[in-house]
Ligand binder design. Structure first.
Ligand code: GLY
Length: 355
């Protein structure tokens, strides 16, 4: 597996540093192709080009916004467009966007001509602290997320916090939940400060916080690049979160990924209290600080059954068991905890009773 270099926020913009790198000999014959969507074309491309004159001659490929882009049809259209523009093994795809763009662009790059180089420039908070880092690439299949994909590392990841100012507020608040997850796993004190600041409506997302979370992700990925053991801790909140996201999509009430993870984190904390002795105060702290950001429907028993059916299909299950990451305490995750179907029903109905 190739090594990735992450360009973290610093006094000199990571984009300017990437610009210098792409002018170097390793990229002397490179043909740059920028993969973007309508939002990043409009709101992020101007800053990218301003900071990176090396991309002035780059070609663009625009795909639909969001999960719709992560399909085999769109991937196939991109491969066709790459052929039409004579993209070859000197071509480099620059993924400019959130997790959907980096998942799709990495997958497309990994398969085209048996693999061409790519670079991630995340433009969302979730992308900066999680999705763009770690080499997971994928498209969706038959309504299930990330079913077809490969692990493949980008050459570089440039984390430019200035893009955060271009985000709609729901994307920004959604990103807070992936940050919360990273802080629960990595730093007890920072997590409590984060919750207090949110409760007091006083949260500023600093470069230091972004760097802390992204660096933690980088270290986890180095320890377990292909998600066979320790990396599974990053699924905290995601077994329920992905199922809730799929359920809402199928019910024509789409739920932002970050918000789905926010509800999923509550579910993981609730089960952690019940099954592995996490302190109730941590669940209550989450309920008072982060959970109120998400307004969720009152799930019925029928809804709980539908959510359960999505959880049964989760690719992280093993031997027919639903597996979750729980917390013994902050910074002490417990992976692969089997959760039975009644526990899932009880968790969803208990969540529905809140608010
Ligand atoms: N987003 C979870 C992972 O990269 O493993």
């Amino acid at each position: 597996m190739n090594e990735t270099t992450i360009l973290y926020p610093d006094k000199v913009s990571p984009l300017s540093r990437l610009n210098r790198i792409l002018k170097g000999s390793r990229y002397s014959d490179a043909h740059f192709i920028i993969l973007l969507d309508e939002n990043t074309y409009q709101h992020c491309l101007p800053l990218l080009i301003e900071k990176m004159d090396v991309l002035e001659e780059a070609e663009f490929l625009e795909v639909p916004v969001g999960e719709e882009a992560k399909s085999i049809e769109i991937a196939s259209q991109i491969w066709g467009a790459l052929l039409d523009m004579n993209a070859d093994r000197n071509s480099v795809i620059i993924n400019l966007g959130g997790g959907c763009i980096t998942d799709l662009g990495g997958y497309v790059a990994a398969c085209y001509k048996r693999g061409i180089r790519f670079i991630n420039v995340p433009t969302t908070l979730i992308g900066m602290v999680d999705a763009a880092i770690g080499g997971k690439t994928a498209i969706n299949l038959e309504g299930y997320k990330n079913q077809v994909g490969v692990f493949v590392q980008p050459d570089y990841i440039a984390i430019e916090p200035a893009f955060i100012d271009t985000l709609p507020s729901i994307e920004l608040t959604g990103g807070l939940f992936e940050m919360a997850k990273m802080l629960m796993l990595s730093d007890n004190e920072l997590y409590h400060d984060f919750c207090n600041d949110i409760r007091n409506n006083d949260l500023a997302i600093t470069n230091e916080m972004i760097t802390h979370c992204a660096h933690f992700k980088e270290e986890v990925v180095k320890a377990d690049p292909t998600d066979l053991s320790f990396r599974k801790v990053l699924n905290l909140g995601h077994t329920f979160g992905h199922a809730l996201e799929s359920f809402h999509k199928a019910s024509n009430q789409p739920l932002n990924h970050g918000y789905a993870v926010g509800l999923g984190l509550w579910c993981a904390l609730y089960l952690s209290v019940k099954k592995v002795g996490l302190s109730l105060e941590l669940l209550e702290e989450y309920q008072k600080s982060l959970l109120p950001i998400v307004k969720h429907p009152k799930y019925s028993l029928k809804d709980a059954e539908a959510i359960l059916s999505y959880m049964r299909a989760d690719k992280k299950n093993a031997n027919g068991m639903i597996l979750c990451v729980l917390l013994l305490s902050l910074e002490t995750p417990y992976i692969d905890v089997p959760v039975d179907e009644n526990e899932v029903r009880d968790t969803i109905l208990s969540l529905a009773k809140l608010q």
